[in-house]
Design a protein around this ligand. Structure first.
Ligand SMILES: Nc1ncnc2c1ncn2[C@@H]1O[C@H](COP(=O)(O)OP(=O)(O)OP(=O)(O)O)[C@@H](O)[C@H]1O
Ligand SMILES: [Mg+2]
Length: 507
């Protein structure tokens, strides 16, 4: 890509960027939220037309590529916002643009046998144990991400773009993905890898190109840079990429939130009890599917519980629906941004102000009058607080970069002034600089006396923000570590151990 530019109304997303990919390499694209990474890759895959510059693939030059050109050039993408189709089966998702067919007289029929067989091989490659005919809607978000990866492999591509492929994967799934990437490199594919996790970049990258505000900062060999160099290139100044844990004093504090013997009918959560003290941040670790998000969904009333009780400040509360939960002072940043995170056709302002509005309304969230000025104030306040990058809060939320969409979702729940905030993968897609700010914010919320519960697949994140870490395995809490005793090794051992030989302190 030579001198590529892209202007959107109100913003120059890219300004004269040159970027190349060689066979057999992993070229990392790095930059803060809104730097232009996804836009550059959308130009390469034919989603956006550039406003200037040229693209040359395998010796042929183009002013712009159509999605079809890109496909024919052997370019495929794993998008930041998953693009799998829920209503179709896994195998149909993999081959939707290129169905294997067989001739039957004058007819051409879809060859389901062939499709199933090739799907099985691809799923084995990405490490997903599922039947090819399973409907995608039945899969968890990390499994969907694996399907997304398999889809890119199905196209037999020369260039594979991975836009934050690891946001929903746990460490074992990430290392599996890296094995797949190494295999693809051997086969001569060129891979573009976008991630905000610097450790991953150092591990898997060959070269790294850094963007800042739509301009090119530079390209370097990964072997010659440290994590701190990368951060300095990204933000244009020296900041540390690691966070210091602050010790909170909550030992004798009163319990503000308690869950007693919570179970789900489907067995995904079994007899879970925990309590949260004032000032404490409680984290939940575990493998994907171990029951963490499933439990949070129950607490928030998004999915039914079979038994169990929930107490807020000693008072039993009813949170049988999300509406009741919100009214009772609960908030939940969900892990699936696109599906349950925000309202697609709403502006940033509407997305943020909907909660204070629902909370105040007495008619099930539909009645009442909207005060435009209030809406603007709520939105502006969150924009400042979280440094959301946009040119107006009246912009549609889908026009924002992934990380900035995530910030709007955080802003929405902060505007709700809730008593207990559940953060499920809160910093998904958030750049390193802003991550630190969000951790500081969570600590401030806890200090104010709000309850903060965090589910995260990133152990460094849990170790940085939480005072106590509970480990889930097969729907139960199997271990609890105060921060001082928690290490990555201990947590991993607890989440994968076959037998529960680990101490089970009461929280
Ligand atoms: N469809 C669009 N309409 C208007 N502006 C857009 C659109 N898509 C992207 N932008 C703007 O272009 C800029 C670059 O966005 P982009 O999505 O490329 O960032 P990114 O580097 O991928 O960030 P992140 O790490 O948050 O995913 C942002 O300011 C964004 O708001
Ligand atoms: Mg992006």
């Amino acid at each position: 890509m030579k001198n590529v530019s892209k202007k959107f109304p109100g913003v120059t997303a890219l300004d004269g960027i040159s970027f190349d990919i060689m066979p057999g390499e992993v070229h990392v694209l790095l930059g803060e939220n809104g730097a232009g990474k996804s836009t550059l890759m959308k130009i390469l895959s034919g989603v956006h037309k550039p406003t200037g510059g040229s693209i040359t693939v395998g010796g042929r030059s183009y002013d712009s590529l159509s999605p079809k050109d890109a496909r024919e050039c052997g370019i495929s993408v794993i998008y930041q916002e998953l693009s799998v189709i829920d209503e179709l089966s896994i195998q149909e998702n993999l081959f939707v643009v290129n169905l294997p067919c067989k001739k039957l007289g004058p007819f051409e029929l879809v060859d389901y046998g062939e499709m199933k067989c090739r799907t099985k091989a691809l799923l084995a490659k990405v490490g997903l144990k599922a039947d090819p005919e399973t409907l995608v809607e039945q899969l968890s978000i990390s499994e969907k991400q694996q399907v997304e990866i398999a889809k890119a492999l199905a196209a037999d591509s020369r260039i594979i773009i991975m836009d934050e492929p690891t946001t929903s994967l746990t460490s074992s799934e990430v290392s599996h993905l890296f094995d797949v990437i190494r295999e693809l490199k051997k086969e001569g594919a060129g891979i573009v890898f976008i991630s905000h996790k610097l450790g991953e970049i150092i591990e898997i990258g060959d070269r790294v190109t850094v963007l800042k505000d739509g301009t090119l900062v530079g390209t370097k060999d990964v072997a010659q840079v440290t994590q701190d160099d990368l951060v300095a290139m990204m933000v244009g100044r020296q900041i540390s990429s690691s966070y210091q844990h602050e010790n909170a004093d909550f030992e004798k504090a009163q319990t503000i939130f308690e869950v007693r013997k919570l179970s789900r009918k489907d067995g995904k959560v079994k007899d879970v009890s925990f309590r949260l003290r004032r000032g404490e941040i409680l984290g939940f670790s575990g493998l994907v599917g171990s029951g963490r998000s499933e439990m949070m969904n129950c607490i928030f009333g998004a999915e039914p519980k079979a038994s169990g009780e929930i107490f807020l400040n000693g008072k039993k509360i009813n949170s049988s629906t999300p509406y009741r939960a919100i009214k009772n002072g609960l908030a939940m940043v969900t892990e699936n941004r696109r599906q349950t995170g925000f309202f697609h056709n709403f502006s940033i302002m509407k997305n943020i102000s909907i909660l204070p509005f629902v909370k105040r309304s007495t008619l099930g969230g539909i009645g009442g009058l909207v005060n435009r000025r209030n809406e603007e104030n709520w939105a502006e306040e969150q924009k400042q607080r979280l440094s959301i990058k946009c040119y107006s809060t009246r912009q549609n939320i889908t026009e924002l970069s992934g990380g900035n969409q995530q910030k709007v979702i955080l802003g929405k729940w902060l505007a709700a002034d809730s008593k207990i905030i559940i953060f499920d993968e809160p910093t998904k897609g958030i750049d390193v600089g802003s991550k630190g700010e969000i951790y500081t914010l969570m600590r401030a919320l806890a200090d104010e006396g709000r309850g903060v519960l965090v589910v995260s697949s990133e152990l460094p994140e849990l170790l940085a923000v939480c005072d106590t870490i509970a480990v889930f395995r097969e729907g139960r809490i199997v271990a609890v570590f105060p921060r001082a005793q928690a290490t990555e090794e201990k947590i991993i051992a607890a989440s994968t151990a076959e037998k529960g030989e680990i101490s089970n302190d009461k929280i």
